[in-house]
Design a binder for this molecule. Structure first.
Ligand code: EPZ
Length: 419
């Protein structure tokens, strides 16, 4: 397993381009199940999760190739409808093939994702909504065994009792080919849901309300393959912003999803970081001296849970005490123990972490437990004095496209080794 060796303390300067969004790429790729033929996707990041989704789709008779930086997905159709445990257990987002398979092939046999480091990650809301749309679902032997007895899903009024991003995406995709109208209440407003809606509309879907809590989908008889360009990754952008904020420097961030970054930009601005915004780029200037900031994670447009670990890393050396409330996942403080081994002063009580800023962190061997905790540990190591080793970087490789190369190009002392 690879690890990063990081010698902290270097300021970051220069320019970096943000890659396409992981959390937009995965539903957009799954949506190609909805229409046979040749789909052309641009700005798809080269991540392990994208490779896993590609393998999953190849098993569903969708051939995948690249052509001058574009991802070509040629859907040959057919009846096969299984998403096997071997793949789903490595990537929970595999559940995103459930809705499209039912809508287009009338059948789906998808392994239950199971939990992960940050929580139980149930899919009960996906299942209940699909049942309301006319699906017969049996959950046994670790699989969701779903079929559409009428041959076609029918529209329904769906209210999610908890805002769910992939649940909203699954139902929006399923509804595009359903008979009649589907209205999703308490829908997720995440930018990645909006990106998926734009691609579905390019395929001929009739969707309104994406980006609000009420999404309406008028089912159509058929969709067509489309060309689509994935939005930039707001969490990669936020992660790089935190790195610069923490170590100090001046960096030009190009192709950033500036509008979707506002909760992150606002938080950094109150911590004493200077961020100039212009079009799809922003320039961050930081002295590395930060002020404390209380954070509560919320569904978009609130502060994103996927940025909690990264902010906790820089708040660990901010002046003052910060209170972080994690309201989305029940176990998303796995990074705290590792930060404390680097000298951070953090106390957890339930879903709340109290972070007392310390003068400095000291380098140490640490271990990533999940994707964003791993990113947070890289930031902590960049901020810390002396050498750190971040192990199990395969977690980071799932969701970041060449993170260490991007940081190295900005002046970070980071390299990957085999351990
Ligand atoms: C998406 O996960 C993202 N993944 C996550 O990013 C992100 O952290 C999360 O949304 C929240 O923003 C992708 O988009 C591929 P949820 P998702 O359904 O859809 C509960 C990353 O690091 N819930 O919005 O799985 C659930 O337990 C990843 O890139 C149910 O109870 O999250 C959680 O408490 C991590 N039943 C809450 O809802 C359900 O059927 C929100 O989960 C579904 C969800």
């Amino acid at each position: 397993m690879d690890k990063f060796i990081i010698n902290g303390g270097n300021r970051l300067n220069g320019s970096v381009r943000i890659s396409g969004s992981k959390n937009a790429s995965l539903p957009v790729m799954a949506a190609t199940i909805l229409a046979n033929g040749r789909h052309v996707l641009s700005n798809v990041p080269m991540l392990n999760d994208v490779r896993t989704m590609s393998t999953l789709l190849k098993g569903l008779n969708i051939s995948i190739s690249t052509d001058s930086g574009k991802l070509i997905l040629d859907n040959g159709g057919g009846e096969f409808c299984e998403a096997p445990y071997e793949l789903v257990r490595t990537m929970r987002a595999s559940i995103l093939v459930l809705g499209p398979l039912l809508a287009r092939r009338g059948r789906a046999y998808v392994s239950l994702p199971g939990g992960c480091a940050i929580g139980a990650r149930p899919v009960d809301l996906h299942i209940a909504a699909l049942e309301k749309m006319g699906t017969q679902i049996v959950v046994e032997n670790g699989y969701v065994d779903a079929k559409c007895p009428d041959g076609r899903l029918h529209g329904a009024e769906i209210t999610f009792k908890t805002i769910t991003v992939t649940g909203t995406e699954n139902i929006m995709m399923a509804a595009t080919l359903a008979e009649g109208t589907t209205t999703i209440y308490n829908a997720a407003q995440e930018p990645e849901v909006v990106d998926l809606a734009r691609q579905l509309r390019a395929m001929g879907a009739n969707i309104t309300g994406e980006g609000t809590h009420t999404i309406k989908v008028e089912g159509v008889a058929q969709l067509a393959p489309a060309a689509y360009s994935i939005m930039p990754d707001r969490i990669e952008a936020g992660t790089l912003l935190c790195a610069v904020a923490g170590v100090g420097g001046e960096v030009d961030i190009v192709d950033a999803p500036v509008k979707e970054l506002s909760p992150i930009i606002d938080a950094l601005a109150t911590m004493g970081v200077d961020i100039d915004v212009g079009g799809n780029r922003l320039v961050i200037k930081s002295s590395g001296q930060l002020k404390a900031k209380d954070i509560t994670t919320m569904p978009h447009p609130g502060f994103p849970t996927d940025m909690q670990a990264q902010f906790m890393a820089i708040l660990s050396v901010a002046e003052g005490t910060s209170v972080i409330n994690e309201t989305i996942f029940e176990n998303r403080f796995m990074h705290v123990a590792e930060y404390k081994r680097m000298g951070a002063d953090i106390t957890i009580s339930g879903q709340t972490a109290v972070v007392k800023g310390v003068k400095r962190l000291s380098g140490a061997p640490v271990m990533a437990s999940d994707l964003r905790a791993g990113a947070g540990l890289v930031i902590a190591a960049l901020v810390a004095e002396c050498k750190s080793e971040v192990r199990r970087v395969y977690h980071i490789d799932r969701g970041y496209d060449a993170l260490e190369q991007k940081l190295m190009a900005l002046g970070a002392d980071i390299r990957r080794t085999k351990s």
